[in-house]
Design a protein around this ligand. Structure first.
Ligand SMILES: *Cc1c(COP(=O)(O)O)cnc(C)c1O
Length: 229
């Protein structure tokens, strides 16, 4: 597994340098859904200190079992009734896509006096089955999130439609970047100078980096195929 991490980290560096970006601007989120605690600990021993989880019950057990102080990002489907657990367990949320959920999360965070970095998920390919706010509705949600004192608006996240050929994802990554640039131009960028872009997975993270990704969410390329459950 160390080889997988070395390989992915190297490809991240190459992709960033190819387009004149500083590789240090790109953070690797190791997506550890359905990956065992033993494998996560192995990843930690290679220096990986940031993980992404989709399922709350599974994440809760793992976060409890892993003693090392690592960061956990929630990247799963997010409903209001999960706000308390998400607020307590995670260090950041990448999949916020509704006002009601933002409101519920704000309320729980206020109760525990915690500020949480959040990314707004955009349904950049306008796919029925996928989460995310519609691109034209992103600005309105961002404006509301910026009013919540316990939500630290960091940027946008998207999962484009799946293609075998990663080049086909490029226009979607570009669209997300342009949307973020448009928001930033309007001053809608929270505390950061530049909005972050969480985009790119095992099959397409290099293209995503070429298009400006600052967070790549990679699972299979690091941990191997997951068991379906
Ligand atoms: C599972 C998942 C990933 C990682 O996918 P891989 O193809 O295994 O790299 C990234 N982002 C989200 C939101 C996911 O659910």
């Amino acid at each position: 597994m160390k080889d997988n991490f070395d390989h992915v980290r190297k490809k991240i560096t190459i992709a960033a340098l190819k387009v004149g970006r500083d590789p240090g601007e790109v953070t690797l989120v190791a997506v550890s859904k359905r990956v065992s605690v033993a494998k996560i600990e192995n990843a930690i021993s290679t220096g990986q200190l940031l993980f992404g989880e989709n399922y709350l019950q599974e994440a809760e057990e793992k976060i409890r079992d892993i003693a090392t102080d690592v960061q956990w990002h929630f990247i799963g489907h997010f409903q209001s009734n999960k706000a308390k657990q998400v607020a307590e367990l995670f260090d950041a949320v990448e999949t916020l896509d509704r006002f009601k959920v933002a409101q519920a999360l704000e309320k729980k965070l206020a109760q525990i006096n915690k500020i949480m970095p959040v990314y707004i998920q955009v349904n950049i390919g306008r796919e029925e089955q996928k989460g995310g706010v519609r691109p034209e509705e992103a600005e309105a949600l961002v404006r509301k999130v910026l009013e919540f004192p316990h939500l630290d608006f960091m940027g946008l996240m998207a999962m484009p439609p799946y293609f075998q050929d990663p080049e086909k994802s490029r226009p979607y990554f570009r669209k997300l970047r342009l949307l973020a640039e448009d928001l930033a131009k309007k001053g809608l960028k929270g505390k950061s100078d530049k909005l972050g872009l969480s985009m790119g997975m095992s099959g397409d993270y290099e293209v995503a980096i070429e298009e400006g990704s600052t967070l790549v969410r990679v699972g299979t390329a690091l941990f191997g195929e997951r068991e379906e459950g």
